[in-house]
Structures are given as C-alpha cells and as structure tokens.
Design a protein around this ligand. Structure first.
Ligand code: NDP
Ligand code: GDR
Length: 371
C-alpha cells in the first residue's frame, strides 16, 4: 500500500517542491487548492494527472483553511498517513493590511486540521506537520536562534503563526498526536512568490538588464536574513514526520546576508556592478547606480531606489538560525549555497525576461479585452 500524504498549500512554493519530493518517494499525494477566478496551479501543472486515468498518485481537492467542513470532508475521504499544513497567508507585510484573515487562515487553520484528525478518530494514524517560521523570533532574544530561543512575534502574521505553533504542541501533549513544528527560516527558489524580496530582486534585475524595467523600488535594505533553498527544506519537513517521537526543529543555513547584499549578488550574476549611496534611509532616494556599461545598463543609471511604502510598521531586523539539532538528530544539512541559490533564481528570471523581450521585439501585442 502506498503511503498517503495530504498537503495544504499545494499550489505554493513549498507545496510544489514537497509534492515532487513525495511523489519520488512513492507516495500518493493529495493536495488542497482553493477556488480562484484564475488558474493558480502553475507551480504544479507538470505534476498534473488526468482525473480520467486510474491509479493516480497526484490528486487535488477544493478546500480552504478557513472552512472547517471542507477540511473534515477531505481528511475523511483521504485518510492520510501524513498531513503537511503549508497553507497560509504567508506575506508578512500583507498581514498588517489583513490581520483578521491572516489570524483565521494561519492560526485557526492549524486548529481546524488538528480537530479534523481528532473528530475523525485518526490520532493514532495521521501525523501532522505545521509550517512554523523564524518570524516567531521577531525581536530576537538570542543569536543564533535555536529551538529553545524565546519568541517575540512582530507582525499579525507571526502572532497567528505563534498560535499555530502552540496549538500543535498542545495537541501533541494533550492527545498524544504525532504533531510537530518545523521552524523554517526564509527559503527561496525560482518559483518563490514574486512579491517576496528575493524574487522581486531577481526578477527586476533580469528585466532591468534587458531594458524591460528602469528601476527596482525596495524598503529596508539593511534587513538581515538566513536564506536557504526550498528544495532542501522540504526534505526536512518529511524527515520530521519519519522519527519515532515527534519533535520541533529549526531549519536554517546558519549564514546571514542583508537585502542590499542580495541585490549586489543578483546584479553581479549578470555582470552588473552597483555602487550604493547613503544608508537606505526610510525616504525615497537614489540607492544604487550602475558602475560599468553592461547589457542595457549604462554607467550612472539609477537602478535601485528606496520607497517608504515597503517598510513595515514593526520590522524583523535580523534572523540567523542554528540548525545543529536538525544536523545531529536527522543528519540534515542544506545542500545549496547562497551563491547557488541567487544564481539559480537569476538564471530562471533572466530566461523569462528574455522571452518577454523577444516577444516585445517581434511586435506582439497582448489581446486587449476592451478593443
Ligand atoms: P506560499 O505563499 O508560496 O504558498 C501558500 C499556499 O497557501 C498557497 O498554495 C496558497 O494558495 C495557500 N493558501 C493561502 N491561503 C489559503 C487558505 N485560506 N486556504 C487554503 N490554502 C490557502 O508559501 P510558501 O510555500 O513559501 O510557504 C509554505 C508555508 O511555510 C506557509 O505556511 C508559510 O507561512 C510557511 N513558511 C514559509 C517560509 C518561506 O521562507 N517560504 C519560511 C517559514 C515558514 P494560492 O496558491 O491559491 O494562493
Ligand atoms: P519575510 O520575507 O518577511 O522575511 O517573510 P520578505 O522576502 O517579504 O522580506 C524579507 C526582508 O526584506 C525586507 N524588504 C522587502 N520585503 C519585500 N517583500 N519587499 C520589498 O520591497 C522589500 N524591501 C525590503 C523586508 O522588510 C524584510 O525584512 C518570509 C515569508 O516567506 C514568511 O511566510 C516566512 O514565515 C518568513 O519568510 C520566514
């Protein structure tokens, strides 16, 4: 019998990598996607299997973390061995605009899944993974951050995730569920959402190099993050559910870079050297100029500017994880270096930008609905 996994957030970055990983391991993978007015399955289209074919190993269900009945129905139907709760309103800045929805999906969503397991009497069968986050550390109390570091969340997103973290621990202790938290530090990839800072940078730098965009507007350039590759991190999500006892783990690289350094590395990949001005204060201003002619960039072009709208009401200035426990207990260590991560993202975005540029050069005009 194939093992069955149920993934919430299957259409997201991690959902796509985890689906690939579990399918390679021989799992029957079920994913929950939500109804949207446009297709939202780009990241998993290559895994799609025709519903008219027998013995499918990749099956999607409509559902939503804010809708208990849909979750209970799906868990009952699938009877999963493992649930990976990856679904979330995952954008920290957006959580300040939509705090109630974020609390509902990110906080109560985890509770609804845990209750579904309990209501259906699956406590002994179904293992549960909760996508916890380094944002829990917020205003950091210890450097580097490890499993025992106290939390100090700094956004509605992080506060909602704090609830999800503790309700996962509580159900483990109260009902003996195999439930655990992966406290994952930032992880990126070529399919990272376009509004997270890394992807926003690699996409913009590629488009600037090809003359499709003039300037990149950013917020806090001094924020420090511990950035890894999503492909490496989903392996840990699975490993955590394969242990004898459920435990919580920090997943990180143990290396830290600033947003400014990420921009520099991304530009360097395309041979563009930038000179930064000022300290990136919270006001619109010139931040980086091109130092040597390269592609469509000319010496002195201003390609990065600071825009206050991208600053957050409360910021997490610095995050650095200590993955010692994961290494010692699970034998895990990240495979992809920071440089490799940036290169992979730039290569992918440059290829996409080249395609757009060729289409533009060929005089193609997109269909206009109002014509
Ligand atoms: P993404 O934003 O790429 O994916 C989020 C997924 O959740 C999408 O499939 C989205 O659907 C789905 N979703 C959002 N709201 C709902 C809802 N109400 N009901 C059902 N599905 C919903 O996130 P990542 O893949 O990057 O992250 C995965 C998880 O890990 C998230 O919980 C995130 O908070 C957490 N995390 C991420 C880290 C990172 O650096 N990437 C680090 C630490 C934690 P749709 O495609 O329709 O929008
Ligand atoms: P983060 O990721 O908030 O760490 O949450 P994000 O990439 O959004 O921000 C990282 C840092 O960059 C600064 N920043 C900007 N951020 C965005 N998005 N856009 C900008 O223009 C910009 N300029 C500077 C931010 O202020 C911040 O300091 C991610 C998400 O995946 C969460 O779901 C996850 O829990 C955490 O990582 C770990």
């Amino acid at each position: 019998m194939k093992k069955k996994a149920l993934i919430t957030g299957v259409t997201g970055q991690d959902g796509a990598y985890l689906s690939e990983f579990l399918l390679r391991k021989g799992y029957e993978v079920h994913g929950i996607k939500r109804r949207t007015s446009l297709f939202n399955t780009d990241r998993i289209d290559h895994l799609y299997q025709d519903p008219h074919v027998d013995n499918r190993s990749f099956i999607l269900h409509y559902g939503d973390l804010t809708d208990s009945t849909s979750l209970v129905r799906i868990v009952q139907k699938v009877q999963p061995d493992e649930i990976y709760n990856l679904a979330a309103q995952s954008h920290v800045a957006v959580s300040f605009e939509e705090p109630e929805y974020t609390a509902n999906a990110d906080g109560l969503g985890a509770l609804r899944l845990l209750e579904a397991i309990r209501i259906l009497g699956l406590e002994k069968k179904t293992r549960f993974y909760q996508a916890s986050t380094s944002e829990l550390y917020g205003l950091v109390q210890e450097v580097p951050q490890r499993e025992t570091t106290p939390f100090y969340p700094r956004s509605p997103y992080a506060v909602a995730k704090l609830y999800a973290y503790w309700i996962t621990v509580n159900y483990r202790e109260a009902y003996g569920l195999y439930a655990c938290n992966g406290i994952l530090f930032n992880h990126e990839s070529p399919v990272r959402g376009e509004t997270f800072v890394t992807r926003k940078i690699t996409r913009a730098v590629a488009r600037i190099a090809l003359g499709l965009q003039d300037c990149l507007y950013l917020g806090n350039l001094d924020a420090l993050r511990d950035w890894g590759h999503a492909r490496d991190y989903v392996e840990m999500q699975w490993l955590m559910l394969q242990q004898e006892q459920p435990e919580d783990f920090v997943i990180a690289t143990g290396q830290q870079f600033s947003v400014r350094q990420f921009v520099e590395h991304a530009a360097q990949q395309l041979g563009i050297t930038l000179s930064f001005e000022g300290k990136g204060e919270k006001e619109i201003g010139v931040v980086a100029k091109v130092e040597g002619d390269r592609a469509k960039c000319k010496v002195g072009d201003v390609v990065v500017r600071v825009d206050p709208r991208y600053f957050r009401p409360t910021e997490v200035e610095t995050l650095l994880g200590d993955p010692t426990k994961a290494r010692e207990k699970l034998g895990w260590k990240p495979r992809t270096s920071f440089e490799e991560l940036v290169r992979e993202m730039i290569e992918s975005d440059y290829a996409a930008a080249r395609r757009d540029s060729l289409v533009k050069l060929a005089g193609f005009k997109a269909y206009d609905y109002h014509e």
